[in-house]
Design a binder for this molecule. Structure first.
Ligand code: NDP
Length: 492
């Protein structure tokens, strides 16, 4: 009998540091003003307090602009403007509202390079991502919802769908313009008017967006944007003029908001934190899975609520997956987010960097093994290298807390049941990933995983038509798709 030949070891092209990349800085101008006021009733107005705060670039710590700090009186003016605009806007035929949304989408496309550079400077994400993901997705959300504006009656046949009124929206710093689009586009398509507060550290693209609203000829008061920190956010949430609050951010603040508006009759959607399990079975295409793992945790420096931050690998392939993962991570380029070659940019703020550093220290203290490739980080700005913790157990903090940084915790499993048990053993339930050749296993796992989104043999894929949202402490309500539209409508 012929002896079976063992397969030749896979060849790997490893160039190490053989070549240096020349810098490839993006050169389009971001057109950032030195100062941004509030946007109320179709006009930019100075804050009544006269106070402004500095917005700095995480790329190098340099000041980019001064941002107005909205007081309760400013928030009140914004709600009044939105309330006055509501009757006319909500009665406008859907096709007419849709035209405004189409215009906004087209204008965003026209100015996408400029907005991408501003987003990268303000938030620290690589220009490759703001250019190829944030901007196209933001425009896609306006296009998608423009199409729905005159078809709302098909969402719930036989029932009447009416807008809710003025909607208060509070968004985070990880996808500033995209979160704005996720919030504003469905609200307007359904005939609501809006008061929106961007995050303190990333208000610039929201304030640049004001010029797009003006160019689109959006009637005054339909969208109002008030900038500021947590205090401004809590005034937006607590204002009696709000018919609904839509919030994306941390679970702690989400709970606070839920308590604050309990009993007021306001509708609420919360899109909160996550600690997703990305599960790799032994029959998975390993190279493809490694790309998915890298994209799952290092996209946007891991500042992603649905990041695949817990890697669950079947024991028989753990060594192979870890070896290839480490090789792949060595190839990642960390540094200036404005450079088109950069894979991991800057950490959004010094506070976030401190949180990441503290949790990494905790991982080491608890006995996990840490791997970081050799990278030289820029001397100014806020950066953290891609980090892999292996030998992690379920009780470790790095396996339980949302780190919101480029930190991957690796756990192992033997059977599908064990993988499920571990994946669901978390207070979060936003997303998960499954890597396997077996279709039946994909169906079984995705049905049993307590997560709002489950990706199979891919990760971090988004589309405006797909609903997104969580279970458990990841929040409730959905954004995107038909489900997302229904959150902005009253059905009778
Ligand atoms: P927050 O939840 O504090 O911020 C989200 C938004 O809410 C911001 O606009 C913030 O304003 C605003 N806000 C803060 N406090 C209140 C309040 N009491 N009432 C109303 N609005 C409020 O997140 P952080 O920026 O502090 O980030 C902390 C952690 O939260 C991160 O490390 C990460 O783990 C998680 N996070 C999760 C996100 C997700 O998408 N799931 C997004 C962002 C953070 P301002 O920023 O101006 O203070």
């Amino acid at each position: 009998m012929a002896q079976k030949k063992s397969p030749a070891p896979a060849r790997e092209l490893l160039f190490g540091n053989l070549w240096e990349f020349d810098p490839a800085p993006e050169s389009a101008s971001p057109n950032i003003d030195s100062r941004y006021d509030l946007f109320i009733n179709g006009e930019t107005v100075a804050p009544r307090s006269g106070k402004y705060f500095a917005s700095t670039s995480p790329r190098n710590g340099e000041k980019l602009a001064e941002i107005a700090e909205a007081s309760p009186a400013d928030v009140d003016a914004a709600y009044k403007a939105a309330s006055l605009a509501f009757p006319k806007w909500s009665r406008l035929p859907g096709a007419e509202r849709g035209k405004y949304l189409f215009r906004i989408a087209r204008l965003l496309q026209d100015r996408s390079r400029e907005f991408a550079v501003a987003e990268t400077l303000d938030g620290g994400k690589p220009i490759r991502e703001s250019r190829d993901f944030d901007l196209p997705m933001a425009a896609a959300h306006f296009f998608y919802h423009a199409g729905w504006a005159d078809k709302l009656e098909y969402l719930a046949p036989g029932r009447k769908a009416s807008p809710l009124g003025v909607v208060g929206q509070v968004i985070p710093w990880n996808f500033p313009l995209l979160m704005l689009a996720w919030k504003i586009a469905p609200a307007l398509a359904c005939g609501n008017t809006v008061v929106l507060k961007p995050a303190e550290t990333t208000s610039i693209t929201a304030m640049k967006f004001v010029s797009i609203l003006s160019a689109a000829g959006l009637p005054p008061g339909v969208v109002n944007i008030v900038t500021g920190a947590a205090e401004t956010g809590s005034v937006v949430v607590g204002h009696p003029g709000a018919a609904k609050i839509a919030f994306t951010g941390s679970t702690a603040i989400g709970k606070e908001i839920q308590r604050a508006i309990a009993g007021t009759g306001k509708r609420l959607t919360l899109e909160l934190g996550g600690k997703a399990a990305n599960i790799v079975f032994e029959d998975a295409p390993i190279d493809q899975a490694v790309e998915g793992i890298v994209n799952g945790i290092f996209f946007n420096q891991g500042h992603v609520c649905c990041a695949g931050s817990r890697l669950l690998v079947q024991e028989s392939v753990t060594d192979a997956v870890l070896r290839r993962l480490k090789l792949r991570v060595q190839q990642l380029r960390v540094g200036d987010p404005l450079d088109k070659n950069t894979d991991l940019g800057a950490i959004n703020s010094p506070q976030q960097l401190r949180k990441i550093q503290a949790l990494v220290k905790c991982g080491l203290h608890e006995g996990a093994d840490m791997y970081q490739p050799e990278v030289s980080l820029p001397k100014t700005g806020w950066y953290f290298p891609p980090t892999i913790f292996s030998n992690v157990s379920m009780s470790h903090q790095v396996a339980r807390e949302e780190i919101f940084g480029p930190i991957l915790s690796v756990l192992t499993f033997r059977t599908a049941e064990e993988a499920l048990e571990k994946a669901n053993n978390t207070r979060f339930g936003l997303s998960a990933g499954v890597w396997t050749e077996k279709g039946s296993r994909i169906l079984k796992m995705s049905g049993a995983l307590k997560a709002g989104v489950v990706w199979a043999n891919t990760y971090n894929k988004f589309d405006p038509s797909s609903p997104f949202g969580g279970y458990k402490e990841s929040g409730f309500g959905r954004e995107g798709g038909k489900h997302g539209l229904l959150e902005y409508l009253q059905l009778t």
